[in-house]
Design a binder for this molecule. Structure first.
Ligand code: AMP
Length: 140
């Protein structure tokens, strides 16, 4: 876990933000470069870098409010839906090394492509898929 990140400075109010939610362990604020109106970031206050580092109790805290914050975001900007995304690691586009969920409002008439469109797709045989599943089970 890093000592300090851009987002811990936001939590500490050293950097201003448009805060939309705060409790003992969780914080949410508007993204300064929004992909859509209402684009919100939800974070644990502690600066765990990756999802796998987030202790289950703190993950549970974040998830206990993620749904209601999402509903409030949708209502605030009259969105038809939302994409919830977490860029986990640099290779996935994570720029701030402090785990965070993006809540990105979507509208029937917007031009945003579904998140599936980001990927090239992987052609795998049944055997290859089964082997990967076995490796995942072994690595847990
Ligand atoms: P990621 O690429 O998943 O790490 O996302 C980092 C997000 O943080 C980006 O969408 C940025 O626009 C956002 N961001 C960076 N600096 C700030 C800031 N000072 N206040 C709010 N959002 C920020």
């Amino acid at each position: 876990m890093s000592e300090e990140t851009l987002f811990t400075r936001i939590v500490e109010d050293e950097i201003p933000s448009d805060t939309v939610y705060e409790d003992e362990t969780t914080y949410a604020f508007l993204d300064v470069n929004p992909l859509a109106p209402g684009h919100t970031l939800v974070i644990p206050k502690e600066p765990y870098e990756r999802l796998s580092e987030l202790p289950p109790a703190e993950a549970a805290d974040v998830f206990s409010v993620l749904g209601e914050i999402t509903a409030a975001v949708e209502a605030a900007v009259d969105a038809d839906g939302t994409t919830i995304a977490l860029n986990n690691g640099e290779a996935a586009g994570q720029e701030v090394p402090h785990v965070h969920w993006h809540i990105i409002p979507q509208f029937e008439d917007d031009t945003a492509r579904p998140i599936h469109a980001l990927f090239d797709g992987a052609e795998l045989s049944d055997e290859e898929r089964s082997e990967i599943a076995a490796r995942i089970r072994d690595n847990r």
